[in-house]
Design a protein around this ligand. Structure first.
Ligand SMILES: Cc1ncc(COP(=O)(O)O)c(C=O)c1O
Length: 392
């Protein structure tokens, strides 16, 4: 048996390796604290679960779903976008439910990238943008996100021949892993750039509801004409603690939505209908859980920042998202530092280089670990780091 070269050449997904390493250490009896994965520790709110259980018992929901989901779900998504961002969407043409944003992101690449084509991909970034490009036979052209450019890609610096050849541009704000945010001015420049070079824009907005200090992120689609050249991906995963149920959406440009629908209908059979009903409840029902979650994450954010700053590590408190992007102390690479934390004190963080070469010098700490474990993890880091300083 011989697997295809596209699989031979594909490295394992970042978190597959990390999860395996954690499982091995735990199997040896080690008390490992993971601050790595962005998976909310808080449960799905009970009104959403009640609807899910009720819908699961209804035989009407035991059949193949439609790929484009229930009309009530598409209307629920359009209504949520209208209330949250004042954006009007045609629920039949400009909305497509997904089996999680990750699925739609991966498949959208195949709608636009032919072998040899260029995709503009931020670096560091959620790995699916570059991995799906490579799987499609395309070439990622990396746009470095650095502290100097506020972790926004420098569109003016993209060589014009690259910009003209590029088929798709990936963006993600609030950003994973850097915690950076973007404003409407930036998105206006994106729309101008995309129109000038005929590039399809995909903005991944999975974290717009995880916010601190009253900050309110904008949607890319708030820019007039954004819908002419782009879509936005969103997700119920982080907003409603629903990572396990696998549900998200793509909204915006009709042609792009239609292409994604064509792709998906040939490959998958939609989202289990009981989960769609749970999602309708999440979007239309009480939104109280969002503020409740955010106050917990904000408290954790402040604790992480205080600890890191106390030991002299550089980290800016993010305005949104689930992550702290922290500079490693001098003399370490990102992967050295992360490896020492897991080997010496059983604390798992993600090395910045897991998200691209420009992540060198950083680690990512997730805020989705229960308070007592997070505090224990931070204590271990502080004690370990101080003991190194004393020994040096
Ligand atoms: C930037 C970004 N986009 C998308 C996703 C995946 O969302 P979903 O759970 O809807 O597939 C994640 C998950 O961590 C993410 O960080």
């Amino acid at each position: 048996m011989q697997t295809a070269t596209r699989i031979e050449n594909l490295p394992p997904y970042l978190f597959v390796g990390i999860t395996k390493q954690i499982a091995e250490k735990r199997a040896q009896g080690e008390d490992v604290i993971s601050l790595a994965i962005g998976d909310p520790d808080l449960p799905t709110p009970s009104h959403i679960l009640d609807r899910l259980c009720e819908a699961a018992r209804d035989p009407a929901n035991h059949h193949y779903p439609e790929t484009d989901g229930l009309p009530e779900l598409r209307q629920g998504i359009a209504g949520w976008y209208q209330r949250r961002f004042r954006i009007a969407l045609d629920s039949d043409k400009e909305v497509l439910p997904l089996i999680g944003a990750k699925e739609g992101i991966g498949h959208m690449t195949f709608c636009f990238v032919d072998p040899g084509d260029i995709a503009l991909v931020p670096d560091p970034a959620y790995p699916v943008y570059s991995k799906s490009t490579i799987l499609a036979g395309g070439e990622p052209y990396y746009l470095p996100l650095t502290g100097e450019n506020n972790f926004l890609p420098d569109l003016e610096n993209i060589p014009p021949d690259v910009a003209d050849k590029a088929k798709i541009l990936w963006l993600n704000y609030p950003n994973n892993p850097t915690g950076a945010v973007a404003d409407l001015d930036f998105f206006e420049r994106v729309v101008d750039f995309a129109k000038k070079h005929d590039v399809a824009v995909c903005h991944d907005a999975a974290y717009t509801e995880v916010v601190f200090d009253g900050y309110r992120p904008v949607s890319f689609l708030e820019v007039p004409d954004a819908k002419d050249i782009g879509v936005e991906f969103h997700s119920l995963s982080k907003t409603y603690n629903m990572t396990g149920w696998r549900i998200g959406m793509a909204v915006g440009n009709e042609e792009m939505i239609n292409a994604l629908m064509r792709m998906k209908s040939n490959l998958d059979s939609g989202i289990p209908q009981a989960i769609q009903h749970a999602a309708i409840e999440a979007l239309n029902g009480s939104q109280d859980c969002i503020a409740e979650n955010n106050s917990i994450y904000q408290r954790r954010r402040d604790k992480v920042i205080q600890t890191l700053n106390r030991i002299g590590m550089q980290a800016v408190p993010p305005k949104a998202g689930l992550y702290i992007w922290a500079g490693v102390p001098e003399g370490y690479t990102a992967s050295d530092f992360a490896a020492r934390l897991i080997d010496e004190i059983g604390v798992v963080v993600t090395p910045g280089t897991g998200y691209g070469n420009s992540g060198e010098g950083y680690i990512r700490i997730s805020l989705t670990t229960p308070d007592d474990r997070l505090e224990e993890g931070l204590d271990r880091i502080e004690r370990w780091y101080n003991s190194l300083q004393e020994g040096s």
